[in-house]
Design a protein around this ligand. Structure first.
Ligand SMILES: NC(=O)c1ccc[n+]([C@@H]2O[C@H](COP(=O)([O-])OP(=O)(O)OC[C@H]3O[C@@H](n4cnc5c(N)ncnc54)[C@H](OP(=O)(O)O)[C@@H]3O)[C@@H](O)[C@H]2O)c1
Length: 281
């Protein structure tokens, strides 16, 4: 039976190992802090003491590490044990420029490196649910899709650019963090003014602006009559800051500063949504 190596037994990596073991694969694991291999070993994985030993004879290698510096260090360490033609599939969330440089360097040396970052949490990696991104040569998608699909809910192939998946991964995470900051601002405003979190959720069942709709409004704003001026939107942000106390908020103070700069630049009568139009910088 083929051996699969999973390097990185953090929150996500140990879930991948658990799922592969449950499907009957032979799994070899390695982690910088060796004790973190124990849960996978209890389920049947074999722990290796070095990356080189972990990948020896493995048909494919999954990296689930913190980021670029860890990925580069671990790839350097595993190389002497890597079988010819074995894929090194990197699920870590990395800098796109780091992925592009690593792809060029390793491919020139005959190593089949691909980047496949994920929108998956620990329970997704255990249950093979969620979304995995993949980009790079089309023939790699053909080879890897049948191997990766059983590890996730869906594999989204984003084309031949090797760092496209990295770019889209940080795009998605940026939205996650901004929405989290936005919800925090709303909850804090509510706390200060007597609106409960349940009432906030109930409002958005009736009134539900979406990211895509707001983005399209911003990009099309120049072609339509102004609907809501920047000056009036800035007034509303002042009301929010006065209600909550600006020091308690994450996003609204930054938005106020961007609106002030736009108004200062003579854009006060424009639609507020032009704040999101990158061509207006
Ligand atoms: N958790 C999530 O929900 C989630 C979702 C999507 C994407 N991601 C991404 O997936 C990756 C793994 O996430 P995670 O949540 O599993 O993180 P984690 O629990 O913090 O695990 C990080 C792993 O990287 C290893 N590591 C860090 N620096 C290293 C180095 N210099 N050399 C060798 N190994 C090193 C750690 O080893 P030690 O145990 O020795 O520290 C650990 O195995 C990250 O890029 C993360 O951003 C996570």
């Amino acid at each position: 039976m083929d051996t699969i190596a999973v390097l990185g037994m953090g929150l996500l990596g140990r879930g991948f190992a658990e799922n592969l073991l449950a499907k009957g694969h032979a799994v070899r694991v390695w982690n910088r802090t060796a004790s973190r291999c124990e849960p996978a070993v209890e389920l049947g994985a074999v722990a290796a003491s070095t990356p080189e030993d972990a990948v020896r004879g493995a048909s494919r290698v999954h990296l689930v590490l913190a980021e670029d510096t860890a990925v580069d260090a671990v790839i350097d360490a595993l190389r002497p044990g890597l079988s010819d033609g074995a894929y090194v599939i990197d699920h870590s969330t990395n800098l796109p420029a780091g992925v592009a440089a690593r792809f060029d360097r390793l491919r020139a040396e005959g190593i089949h490196y691909v980047h496949a970052p994920v929108f998956m949490g620990p329970s997704n990696s255990r249950d093979a649910t969620g979304l995995m991104l993949l980009s790079g040569p089309a023939e790699d998608e053909t080879t890897l899709r049948p191997l990766l699909e059983p590890m996730t809910g869906r594999v989204l192939y984003l084309g031949t650019e090797p760092d496209k998946a990295a770019k889209m991964k940080i795009t998605g995470n940026a939205m996650l963090f901004m929405l989290t900051g936005a919800m925090g601002d709303l909850f804090r405003m509510g706390e200060a003014s007597g609106v409960t979190t349940d009432e906030v959720f109930a409002l958005f069942e009736q009134f539900s602006p979406t990211p895509a709709a707001m983005g399209r409004r911003a990009l099309g704003a120049g072609d339509r009559p102004v609907g809501f001026t920047m000056v009036n939107a800035r007034k509303d942000v002042r009301l929010m800051l006065e209600t909550a106390g600006p020091e308690r908020l994450s996003l609204l103070p930054a938005i106020a500063a961007s609106m002030d700069a736009a108004i200062e630049a003579g854009r006060g009568a424009e639609d507020f949504s032009t704040l999101a139009d990158p061509s207006r910088d």
